[in-house]
Design a protein. Structure first.
Length: 152
C-alpha cells in the first residue's frame, strides 16, 4: 500500500486491504486516500460478495426479459423496494415453468457486483413460483371490478 497520504491506492492495494473496514481503508492516514472509480467498485464488490452469502428472496417479477443468450434478466420487487436480477442459462434450463411479469417467486441466489457499471444485482441459482403476484392480483381485481360495472 502506498505510504504517501496523497498517493491513490493501486488495485492490488485494495485487494490486499479487503479484510479492513471501509473506514480503515479510506482513513489509513490523517488524509483520506483517493480511490479511482474502478478501485471503489472493486472494493464494494469484495465487501458485498465477501460478506453476503447465499440468500433466499421472495418477490414479484417485473421487466422480465429472456435474452437470446438464454439468460433471464428481470427485477424482483415488493411494495417498497426492488432489485435487479439475472438467472443464467444453465440455471434457468432446470426451471419447470416460464417466469412472467407479475409472477411471485422465491429465488435462491447471491449478491454480485457488476464492476464496470457499479451495480449490484441478485444472481439467481434457483427459482420457484409462489403463485400469482400480489400486485398482479390487485390489478386483476381492479380490472374485474371495472368490467363488472360495465365500464369496459
Amino acid at each position: 500500500m502506498s505510504d504517501s497520504p496523497n498517493q491513490p491506492l493501486r488495485k492490488t492495494d485494495v485487494s490486499a486491504q479487503a479484510s479492513l473496514g471501509a473506514a480503515d481503508l479510506l482513513t489509513k492516514t490523517n488524509e483520506p486516500s483517493v480511490l479511482s472509480v474502478e478501485q471503489l467498485n472493486i472494493y464494494v464488490k469484495q465487501l458485498l460478495e465477501g460478506q453476503i452469502g447465499q440468500v433466499w428472496v421472495k418477490g414479484e417479477i417485473s421487466n422480465f426479459k429472456a435474452h437470446t443468450s438464454g439468460h433471464f434478466y428481470f427485477s424482483l420487487k415488493d411494495s417498497r423496494s426492488q432489485i435487479t436480477a439475472v438467472m443464467f442459462r444453465g440455471n434457468n434450463a432446470r426451471l419447470k415453468f416460464k417466469p412472467t411479469d407479475g409472477m411471485e417467486v422465491i429465488v435462491r441466489g447471491r449478491i454480485t457486483v457488476y464492476e464496470p457499471r457499479g451495480n449490484y444485482q441478485l444472481m439467481c441459482e434457483m427459482m420457484e413460483p409462489v403463485g400469482a403476484g400480489a400486485l398482479q392480483k390487485s390489478l386483476r381485481t381492479a380490472k374485474d371490478e371495472i368490467e363488472s360495472r360495465g365500464f369496459v
